[in-house]
Design a protein around this ligand. Structure first.
Ligand code: GDP
Length: 193
């Protein structure tokens, strides 16, 4: 997969506006500020393609990118506390409608900050993906903020809390590029045949 050709496709405020899938799709979910934009930019090798927001959770849109015939879907970050109830409700509807729609969900990448225990919404997301039999992986973000020993401890702890098999969770950093090859491997595994 040639990620260097990645480009923006379209942005949608409602799941019903999104045209049917025409190619494999990889969706990224996670709480606001988890590092979703950063990891997508790292994947694409392009600093500003996916907006890295300094004020998290400003817009709740679903953004589509394309690289080498594969769609990469940036779902709005959840759990931004300062957002109004109306905004949070809109988020829940948008994500819910998207995940419930008839699409090519080749892989969902659920992002969780390696430094903290998963939030209530992280647990809900993983439970939802598992119960509905999505192909998904959990990518732990911002590993560079911890020592190697701390990374290993957090990986084991979060894996246990989320009740995931070892192959379904791995450590990443958009700062150092750690785990990006692993992410690419998983994407290729689910999108190429
Ligand atoms: P998003 O809201 O999930 O899209 O998160 P962003 O990608 O905008 O990142 C939120 C903040 O975390 C920004 O200040 C980023 O610079 C920082 N960040 C993201 N990924 C990493 C990482 O791997 N390492 C470090 N040290 N900081 C990161």
């Amino acid at each position: 997969i040639n990620y260097n050709l990645a480009h923006f496709v379209a942005s949608y405020g409602k799941a019903s506006q999104i045209p049917p899938s025409t190619c494999p799709e990889v969706s990224f979910v996670g709480r606001s500020n988890v590092g979703k934009s950063s990891i997508m930019n790292k994947l694409f090798g392009r600093k500003g393609l996916v907006k890295v927001s300094s004020t998290p959770g400003k817009t709740a849109n679903i953004n589509f990118f394309e690289a080498d015939g594969i769609h990469f879907v940036d779902l709005p970050g959840y759990g931004f506390a300062q957002r109004s109830k109306a905004e949070r409700d809109r988020w829940a509807v948008l994500i819910g409608d998207f995940l419930e729609s008839e699409r090519s969900f080749n892989l969902v990448v659920s992002l969780v900050d390696i430094r903290h225990d998963p939030s209530k919404l992280d647990f809900e997301m993983v439970d939802y993906l598992r119960e509905n039999e999505f192909n998904f992986v959990v990518a732990l973000t911002k590993a560079d903020k911890l020592s190697r020993a701390q990374q290993a401890r957090q990986l084991a702890s979060i894996r246990k809390q989320l009740e995931l098999p070892a192959e379904q969770i791995f450590v990443t950093s958009s700062q150092t590029g750690a785990g990006i090859d692993e992410l690419k491997r998983r994407i290729a595994e689910h999108c190429l045949d």
